[in-house]
Design a protein around this ligand. Structure first.
Ligand code: UD1
Ligand code: CA
Length: 450
């Protein structure tokens, strides 16, 4: 069955006390809205619509960065959750199958949970995701009739008896696309908030003789973020979840509490991550990789058996093939390193292609930027780049070529050639000793005079 997803992200989130729309605050290095999108993507949806409102342009940009196929709908005025979903009608025109509604500020709903809801749709016209709340607070309450859901009542509109209910609405809801919009069409706003409540579709479906089901999940999964304090708590929960996932995937974490994961961090079996490693977005690591202490990785891919760090920085577009070694104080950006290549100490490799088993000596720099344009450095296989080589791009170094230490390489070096660029050395016997003696005598004389 095809499914589509609508993510509501129009609210301002005034309790964040921020100029930034709530869904752009970051969790695991990614904006909140990206988390709901990430869970939705796992379901391979036909269409995904993000409903924007406050800070629409910025929210749209973040949504596109997460998934360039995302569709956007705009809700100019926040008139309630049903009104928000109604804005997605155009974007969902012609779709068949189910629509799942998620919130941009609720990052932990798992794709497995949404799948369970889709499964429950076989028996019900509408399926709601509910949870037993430790403290039901202001959540909407699920009014049950046996195993069937009879209606959802918002806290503001609930009676004392209804407020005593602890089974609450997460906000995630699922129904057939055309049925959903037909139900939304009849939702009114005659309630305590004067808003169009999406939750009203439950009672309306029941009035039409349709059945409504509830899928239950853990409260932690439906955690919504409204304040900075909740965001900090969510970050801790996110990190704990990522650690648990890593253990399950067969990854060893040394000093796990000090490792910082990001949304989408993927690590293969028998890899080892050392203390104080920070993952930014978009890192994938294959199996048997070692990342030593204090590395910072973002937007990069590390293949099987590679070793990185300590103190290495891999920036977006760093692509390490199998068994590559990256050592301490090395920065790699937008560069491909082929199998077995080594950059072991104090180097910057940017906008470059490095061939297999090539060795880059300590202190080597690809001079990739002329102040306006970026240029590429290409190095062949089995090359040996001497320590402190400046590779002034654009430049090509051939297979099996060498550069002498301290060379500033501005011209291409053919296969098998040695390029040496430095002035000849002169050596003066005994001069160092004589010079030192003279300087010490001078200092002694000055001290006597004062
Ligand atoms: C909603 C539910 C409530 C549920 C709770 C769970 C309704 C009427 N109530 O209440 O039953 O227990 O979520 O957290 O649905 N949004 C828009 N446009 C709008 C209104 C909201 O995009 O016009 C977005 C918000 O940005 C937010 C989400 O929808 O991401 C939920 O809105 P919010 O105002 O927080 O709803 P609650 O009152 O918390
Ligand atoms: Ca809320």
């Amino acid at each position: 069955m095809t499914i589509s997803v609508v993510i509501l992200a129009a609210g301002m989130g005034s309790r964040m006390n921020s100029d930034l729309p709530k869904v752009l605050h970051k969790l695991g290095g990614a904006p909140l809205v990206a988390h709901a999108m990430h869970a939705a993507q796992a379901l391979d949806p036909e269409r995904m619509v993000v409903v924007t409102g406050h800070g629409a342009e910025a929210v749209a940009k973040a949504a596109r960065a997460q998934n360039s196929d995302v569709l956007l709908a705009h809700q100019a005025e926040q008139m309630g959750t049903a009104h928000a979903v109604a804005q997605a009608r155009e974007a969902l025109k012609g779709v068949t199958g189910d629509v799942v509604v998620l919130y941009g500020d609720t990052p932990f709903v798992r794709s497995e949970t949404i799948e369970a809801m889709l499964e429950a749709r076989k028996d019900h016209a509408v399926v709601v995701l509910g949870f037993e709340a430790a403290d039901p607070g202001r959540y909407g309450r699920l009014v049950m009739e046996g195993e069937a859901l009879s209606r959802i009542v918002e806290f503001k509109d609930a009676s004392e008896a209804e407020r005593a209910i602890t089974l609450c609405n997460s906000g995630v809801i699922c129904a057939d696309a055309s049925a959903l919009f037909e139900l939304i069409d009849v939702v009114g706003n005659d309630n305590a908030s004067g808003e169009y409540y999406l939750t009203d579709i439950v009672g309306l479906a029941r009035d039409q003789g349709q059945s409504v089901g509830v899928v239950r999940c853990d409260e932690a999964e439906t955690l919504g973020i409204n304040t900075r304090e909740e965001l900090a708590g969510a970050e801790a929960a996110f990190q704990a979840r990522m650690r648990a996932e890593a253990y399950e995937d067969g990854v060893t974490l040394i000093a796990p509490e000090t490792i910082h994961f990001a949304l989408g961090t993927t690590i293969g079996r028998d890899s080892m991550i050392g203390p104080n490693v920070v993952f930014g977005p978009g890192v994938t690591i294959e199996s048997g990789v070692t990342v030593r202490a204090f590395c910072h990785l973002e937007g990069c891919h590390i293949s099987r058996g590679a070793e990185v760090g300590p103190f290495a920085r891999l920036r977006p577009g760093a692509e390490l093939a199998e068994d590559v070694h990256i050592g301490n104080f090395v920065e790699i950006k937008n560069a491909m390193l082929d199998q077995g290549a080594k950059v072991n100490h104090l180097s910057y490799i940017g906008d470059a292609d490095i061939g297999e088993r090539t060795n880059i000596g300590a202190g080597t720099i690809t001079c990739n930027y002329d102040g306006v344009f970026k240029h590429r450095t290409t190095i062949g296989a089995r090359a040996f780049i001497g320590s402190d080589t400046m590779l002034v791009a654009p430049v090509r170094i051939g297979n099996d070529a060498m550069t002498g230490s301290g060379s500033v390489i501005t011209e291409d070096v053919p296969d098998g050639a040695l390029a040496l660029e430095r002035s000849e050395q002169t050596t003066k016997p005994g001069l160092a000793l004589r010079l030192m003696q003279r300087l010490r005598a001078l200092k002694a004389k000055q001290q006597k005079e004062t």
